[in-house]
Design a protein around this ligand. Structure first.
Ligand SMILES: [Zn+2]
Length: 427
């Protein structure tokens, strides 16, 4: 397999150019720009290498419109012998640029002295996409008679939930014939990401009665009721969550407990905006809302997580006259964690050890990514995230990807293909 590793090393310039080309297509999401352009670019490249390509629009999914259609690409290369299907899934969308850049975010500047390519999406995750393409092309060139099928997908909207991307493809049954999935998210070249914690987003509203602000005793303040909710959370909820520890190897360490963030709070009179020059009106607020973001562990059950909040609200109701509230679900994802003995995990771990000369690390992501759809909708457990790049750089200014990291990851991916689809005497 040294031949394959050398063939990948020989494609270094191609890898740099490919990564630059991908970064230079500004696939900003929201709103979802240039999705068709990046799919067509990839289609042209992969079709020339013998892949059968399919462009799929996720019509009618959130955000899809005539102006911003949700385009996805699946490219497939089937060998002459029967075998497994190995699927590399990368999202092609990137988040907004933000402030603080010292480089052109879509210039894809390669700084040779630093061995880095800069740009929005370099690390999350066009570098990973490029590495998987180079690995697959080098493997096919050296094993034209390979078994089974290699699939490469470039999918929309991961950054906004993945409904116009992997979720849509999974609903269409596109993972039904897939055996192994690698998602080249930037988890670092020596680590295997097994999955992610669960999510529950909800809106909690407290309700009161409107009255004149000079006679608040005639009304009932929804903001004071919400104050009681926040005080109860401080006293009982956060200590309870901090005490819940998981066996999942979540990184960073702080995310190894249950967490809850209050994303927003709104109560009383609406903000009139910067053009309004008048004074506020004296009104007792009859509505107050918070949005909560609860991240939960594989040891927890979503029903229990919700019941915990209901119980907290009921404790307050028992001691507070006229306390009324509503809880509305916004979004939920159950935790996902692939078994360490799963074939794709064992194969990737062995490849990391051979390429890097050290044991693979195992991690779990604090937030979710497209694995949730492959697991829940696609019903495929044999899935990991593995790819080059430093996770902390994702969504930051001056995001970059290291070329040697991409090459090492491509070697690992190439060995995974050789192990799963090769002649069998090479593992
Ligand atoms: Zn990503």
């Amino acid at each position: 397999m040294d031949d394959l590793c050398q063939a990948i090393a020989a494609r270094r310039d191609d890898l740099i150019r490919l990564t630059q080309d991908l970064i230079r297509i500004p696939t900003l999401n929201p709103p979802g720009r240039h999705y068709r352009d990046i799919c067509e670019y990839l289609e042209a490249r992969l079709a020339a290498k013998g892949f059968t390509c399919e462009l799929i629009r996720a019509t009618g999914t959130p955000g899809d419109s005539l102006e911003y259609p949700r385009w996805n690409l699946i490219a497939r290369h089937t060998g002459p012998r029967p075998g497994d299907c190995v699927h590399f899934n990368s999202h092609h969308d990137v988040v907004e640029v933000g402030q603080g850049w010292t480089r052109d975010p879509f210039g894809a500047e390669f700084v040779a002295a630093e061995d880095r390519i800069y740009g929005r999406g370099a690390c999350d995750m066009k570098g990973g996409l490029a590495a998987s393409i180079i690995a697959a092309e080098a493997f096919i060139d050296s094993h034209p008679d390979h078994a089974g099928t290699i699939e490469i997908s470039a999918t929309a909207d991961e950054e906004t939930g993945g409904f116009g991307g992997v979720a849509f493809l999974a609903q269409q049954g596109r993972f039904a014939a897939v055996d192994h999935v690698l998602i080249p998210e930037p988890l670092h070249k020596d680590r295997i990401c097994l999955g992610h914690r669960g999510v529950w987003w909800a809106e909690i509203e407290t309700q009161g009665r409107i009255a004149h602000g000079s006679m608040p005793f005639l009304g009932d303040s929804a903001i004071r009721h919400m104050g009681a909710v926040l005080a109860e959370m401080e006293e009982t909820l956060w200590p309870l969550l901090a005490g819940k520890r998981t066996e999942m190897p979540v990184i960073p360490e702080g995310a190894r407990s249950s967490t809850l963030n209050i994303n927003a709070i709104h109560g009383g009179e609406a903000d009139q905006g910067p053009d309004y020059t008048g004074l506020p009106a004296p009104v007792v607020p009859d509505r107050c809302r918070i949005t909560i973001d609860r991240r939960f562990l594989i040891e927890e059950d979503l029903a229990e997580v919700k019941a915990e909040i209901t119980a907290l609200m009921e404790r307050i109701r028992a001691r507070r006259p006229n306390f009324r509230y509503e809880i509305r679900d916004l979004f939920e994802v159950v935790p996902s964690m692939t078994d360490r003995d799963a074939p794709v995990v064992r194969t990737t771990a062995a490849a990391i050890e051979r390429v890097l000369g050290r044991e693979a690390g195992y991690v779990v992501s604090p937030g979710t990514y497209d694995q949730k759809h492959i697991d829940r909708i696609g019903k495929l457990k044999n899935c990991i995230a593995y790819g080059p790049g430093v996770l902390e750089l994702a969504h930051q200014p001056d995001e970059w990807i290291g070329v040697s990291d991409m090459l090492d990851s491509a070697r690992v991916m190439g060995l995974v293909l050789a192990d799963l689809l090769g002649p069998g005497d090479t593992a």
